[in-house]
Design a protein around this ligand. Structure first.
Ligand code: ZN
Length: 638
């Protein structure tokens, strides 16, 4: 489903069926606790968001009920469509501001139309008496100068006074900065009669009724926990939701890091501070996840053989590690997302955020494999491959192996690549200065590219055959030479380290391939000029990757700054202006939505006579509209 600049996707829950009834029940109640936080996020993202959402929903549902009898005029129906799009955007962004850019939405329906619709709506459906409601929200929706940005970070302005996020009332930036926060993450600051107070988010305080619902469900989940440590975590979180005590939250985070045995894990609380221009107050978010056993098997197989990979790499012996330890990457499947994580979400989690806890106790880091898979599938349907890949055989090869190879490439990069090789004695970590990050990423990518074509992976059952790696090679080179430039404005260079590294590898391979890698110019039937990547001999390309890996490792190991600079500046920075222009045009024609979000599965518990859950069924058929309306009804305190 597509609206405005958004595409909605669904995600599968692979392996959910095979979980025990108790594990499913644990996930179910943790999911309920996740869904309950939604209105907190709405309120945090703007003082009027909930009023506006409820008003729009009232108009929308009334229209659904009457649309059969009423035949609207053409003008009215275009306004109705605009109002519906606006509501979807509000749902998607948890408020009236763009989820990414933070600017206020400009309604494409008229003030008169909106006022009439509110007046026609049944009083009982609206959140306030009509005239009071209109006086409150009409200026907020229609006056572009009123509260225009959720988070304003423009240097020189009073960031607190000019941001619409709902964390501070009647305060200036100076006052907030000077204030000593007892509850930095979880309170609203208010200035009343010259005194600043913290309105703490806990049971008995602000958001108290909603937090009670979250706690109810956490306690129900507790009886299905997989181990004692999970119970301990829940107890601490519940204690924190009661007291609002920042110290208890720290204790909770520390215990949360320690729990690695269970299959199921969750995040629930006031976590990320991006929504506050000063980075102090945290938005509410929730996610429930379970380990992706297949992906964990993959990274374990790779890590267990880390020494073999190190010993057999094409790198010179003096730059190799005598003893290398592979990293085990943890992949999870998301089961439910809520609050600031819904519907637009991250594909990885690395928590807790508190630096002192990370330094002392470490952190947990996971990638969310079912989200990555859903993105991958969406891109296959976008027409992207058909536009940019040279021929039908290569397209079907990428469709067959691409996704599997993407995951494998990431695993090799993370579990082995970054950990391989060593610096010669006396060489500083920072010897390559500004080029260090690009060289490091290139090293990890080349390690992955070199080994994804190795028979060792077949022995470890990580690839189905010796053809699979070709999909990975083709897309890597295509991305590095052509398509990654769609994210760069015309006339600009590559700046980000990962993008520079991909350009570097692909350009180097192009220039040192003796015609093996080619950018072929084709004139289409209607006279258009298009460029495609053609790779003649994949084994030969692997040899090139091996040579470059050896050289990049030498640069790193010796701290050869001059060589790093030449390598990056020659191959990794510039974009061919003609190709860039053509690529941007071709991409634009595909009309791919720049932002994506997820519809959650609908979970239904099955109870036995004693009230215990014996199963949880999943339904993936709900539309975004149905889901959002259900959440607004079932997970909202009115
Ligand atoms: Zn990396």
């Amino acid at each position: 489903m597509r609206f405005a600049d958004i595409q909605m996707l669904r995600y599968d829950l692979p392996g959910f069926e095979a979980l025990t009834p108790s594990q499913k029940a644990y996930i179910y109640y943790l999911s309920e606790a996740t869904l309950w936080g939604r209105d907190i996020t709405f309120d945090q993202f703007g003082k009027y968001n909930l009023l506006i959402r409820r008003t729009l929903e009232a108009i929308y549902t009334s229209k659904l009920q009457t649309s059969e009898q009423a035949s609207e005029g053409a003008e009215d129906s275009s306004e109705a469509a605009s109002l519906e799009t606006y509501l979807k955007r509000v749902w998607f962004s948890n408020g009236i501001y763009h989820h990414y850019g933070c600017e206020k939405f400009v309604p494409e329906f008229s003030r008169e139309y909106f006022i009439n619709k509110v007046r026609e709506t049944d009083d009982s459906l609206l959140p306030l008496p009509k005239e009071q409601l209109l006086d409150t929200i009409v200026p907020v929706i229609f006056d572009p100068t009123l509260l225009p940005k959720r988070v304003n970070k423009t240097n020189g302005e009073d960031l607190v006074a000019t941001s619409a996020c709902n964390y501070y009332e009647g305060l200036t930036q100076k006052e907030v900065e000077k204030f000593s926060h007892q509850h930095p993450l979880n309170s609203t600051l208010r200035k009343i009669d010259g005194t600043i107070t913290e309105d703490v988010w806990h049971i008995g305080g602000k958001y108290g009724k909603t937090i009670e619902k979250i706690v109810d469900n956490l306690l129900k989940a507790r009886q299905y926990a997989e181990n004692e440590q999970q119970k301990k975590i829940i107890d601490l979180l519940v204690e924190y939701y009661h007291s609002g005590d920042a110290k208890v939250f720290d204790d909770y985070c520390i215990e949360w890091i320690k729990e690695t045995e269970g299959r199921i894990d969750f995040v629930n609380g006031f976590i990320e501070v991006y929504g506050d221009p000063l980075g102090i107050k945290a938005s509410w978010e929730g996610i429930v996840e379970y380990k992706d056993l297949e992906a964990c098997r993959r990274t374990k197989a790779i890590s267990d053989n880390a020494q073999w990979f190190e010993d057999h790499s094409p790198v010179a012996k003096q730059f190799k590690k005598e003893k290398v330890r592979g990293v085990i990457a943890n992949a999870v499947c998301a089961a439910m997302i809520g609050g600031d994580e819904y519907p637009s979400t991250a594909i990885g989690i690395n928590l807790p955020n508190a630096e002192w806890i990370r330094a002392q106790y470490g952190s947990k880091s996971v990638t969310i494999s079912n989200f990555m898979k859903a993105y991958d599938e969406a891109s296959k349907e976008s027409g992207f491959l058909e536009e940019f890949v040279s021929d039908a055989d290569t397209i079907s090869m990428i469709r067959k192996y691409g996704e599997q190879c993407d995951s494998l490439h990431t695993d090799l990069h993370e579990c082995l690549g970054h950990g391989s090789g060593k610096l010669l004695p006396g060489v500083s970590q920072d010897a390559l200065k500004a080029y260090g990050n690009t060289i490091e990423e290139a090293r990890a990518d080349l390690f992955a590219l070199y080994y994804i074509a190795d028979e060792k992976l077949l022995d470890l059952s990580l690839v189905p055959d010796m053809e699979a790696y070709k999909a990975s090679y083709y897309t890597y080179i295509m991305n590095g030479l052509l398509t990654q430039a769609v994210r760069i404005k015309e006339g600009s260079d590559y700046e980000e380290a990962h993008m520079r590294n991909r350009a570097l590898i692909a350009q180097w391979a192009l220039h040192h391939s003796d015609g093996n890698v080619e950018i072929r110019e084709v004139t289409t039937a209607d006279g258009e000029t298009k460029h495609y990547v053609v790779i003649h001999d994949y084994e030969k390309l692997r040899t090139s990757f091996g040579i470059l890996l050896a050289e990049i490792q030498r640069i790193k190991s010796e701290g050869d700054y001059e060589a790093a600079r030449d390598m990056v500046e020659t191959y990794g920075v510039k974009i061919d202006p003609t190709l860039h222009h053509e690529t941007l045009l071709r991409y634009k024609k595909l009309n791919i939505a720049p932002y994506k979000g997820f519809i959650n599965p609908k979970m239904t518990p099955v109870f036995d006579a004693q009230g215990q859950i014996t199963d949880v069924t999943l339904d993936f058929t709900e539309t975004m509209e149905q889901q959002m309306l259900r959440y607004s009804t079932d997970y909202s305190i009115h």
